[in-house]
Design a protein around this ligand. Structure first.
Ligand code: PMP
Length: 384
């Protein structure tokens, strides 16, 4: 989810440098550095040591459909979903990928008939995650091609519909919009976690994609997982990853297993303090940030934000609202190009154009570090 990673918010990768008052702040990508503060406090519990002789083999679990999946990681995935109640894992194959980005491509490969006369159309309702069209058409595959907005998809040919819920960029809960014979759906549930949205039911779909990038904030580990109902689809997704990268880093899977375990145990421990509970930390911070942003937008004559309903969150045990990972900000009135307006105030965002929408909209990351977010709020409040 990067455009130009070289432009970062006044820092070099991995290092923290002080923001100067005139620094350009980059909220164009969804780099989840906000969660670093939690892991700085709680990271020791998930520290692992991997001696030189370990993780040498290509293979992890030769009896499993996904033969490069570390069993310890698979177990932690299931336990965390059970704790949060956000996805059904029973009767599912777990397929691990180098980020959910690789799993998206594996799913397109697995769902496209190999001998079709025409490439399969890949569609998603506008506004859609900007990487879908980019990735789909990148290699000009004969198997699939980008078909645009699912809401205006008229063909009676087979298709793959991406259902992103909560949606990137606008944070809304979504369902599939086409229901035609021969159609396939892939549910991208990267943001279906309690820090972003009420968990109303365990998701129960044919292919569900998740990622540590958004669940725990570890985007740099590059690990995602798919929960897949159909064995043949799981086999084909595994085949894609085998041909693409001969599996997925074991070191990353072992780290991920320990990170998921740390999150789970922090919530399970009845004597554990509040600081151990990752989703509470995430929810608190996201709520604070959204409150600050809404306050600025309320006093502005230019900007507006989407509204979200209250819903009962089974995980929290209370009514909650959504606090999405991105703000889908609209410029009302005269301003035609919201991205350009914010850029002139040294705030880099991603134009609505990239999501199949009007340039009056921009997507703004809510997941950057505290100091960057504070500067963003300050600058936004000065635009009127
Ligand atoms: N799906 C959605 C909806 C996303 O927002 C992102 C990250 N921006 C991804 C997938 C990709 O995640 P990963 O880092 O696991 O490749």
């Amino acid at each position: 989810d990067l455009t130009d990673p070289r432009i970062s918010s006044g820092r070099t990768a991995g290092a923290r440098t002080r923001l100067t008052p005139d620094a350009v702040i980059n909220l164009d990508h969804g780099d989840p550095t906000m969660f670093e503060a939690f892991w700085r406090e709680n990271g020791d519990k998930s520290t692992i040591v991997i001696p030189g002789w370990q993780t040498m083999s290509y293979f992890s679990d030769v009896g499993n459909v996904c033969w490069f999946l570390e069993p310890e990681f698979a177990e932690e995935i299931k336990k965390l979903h059970r704790l949060v109640g956000n996805a059904e894992t029973r009767g599912r194959h777990v397929v691990v990928g180098t980020g959910s980005t690789q799993l998206f491509q594996a799913a397109l490969y697995a769902l496209s008939p190999p001998e079709a006369a025409e490439p399969m159309s890949v569609v998603c309702a506008v506004p859609y995650y900007s990487s879908y069209p980019l990735i789909t058409d990148f290699l000009k595959s004969g198997l699939y091609k980008w078909g645009g907005d699912a809401c205006t998809f008229k063909s009676d040919t087979p298709y793959i519909e991406m259902v992103t819920s909560p949606n990137n960029p606008d944070g809304h809960i979504r369902q599939s919009v086409i229901n035609m014979e021969g159609g396939k759906t892939v549910h991208d549930l990267a943001y279906y976690w309690p820090q972003y949205t009420p968990i109303t039911e365990p998701a129960d779909h044919d292919i569900m994609l998740f990622t540590v990038s958004k669940s725990t904030g570890h985007a740099g580990i590059r690990i995602g997982w798919a929960l897949v109902k159909d064995s043949e689809v799981a086999k084909k997704m595994t085949k894609f990853i085998e041909v693409n990268t001969i599996g997925v880093s074991k070191d990353s899977q072992l780290r991920s297993a320990n990170i998921l375990r740390t999150v789970r145990e922090g919530h399970e421990a009845s004597l554990g303090g509040e600081t151990d509970k990752f989703f509470d930390f995430g929810r608190r911070l996201m709520t604070e940030r959204w409150n600050k942003l809404r306050e600025v937008v309320k006093h502005s004559s230019i900007f507006s934000l989407p509204e979200f309903p209250l819903d009962y969150c089974n995980f929290v045990g209370d009514m909650c609202t959504s606090n999405p990972a991105f703000a889908w900000l609209k410029c009302e009135g005269e301003v035609k190009d919201c991205e350009a307006l914010l850029k002139s105030h040294k705030i880099l965002t991603r134009s609505g154009k990239n999501f199949g929408e009007d340039p009056k909209y921009v997507r703004i990351s809510m997941l950057d570090r505290d100091e960057v977010f504070a500067l963003f709020i300050e600058r936004l409040s000065n635009i009127n």
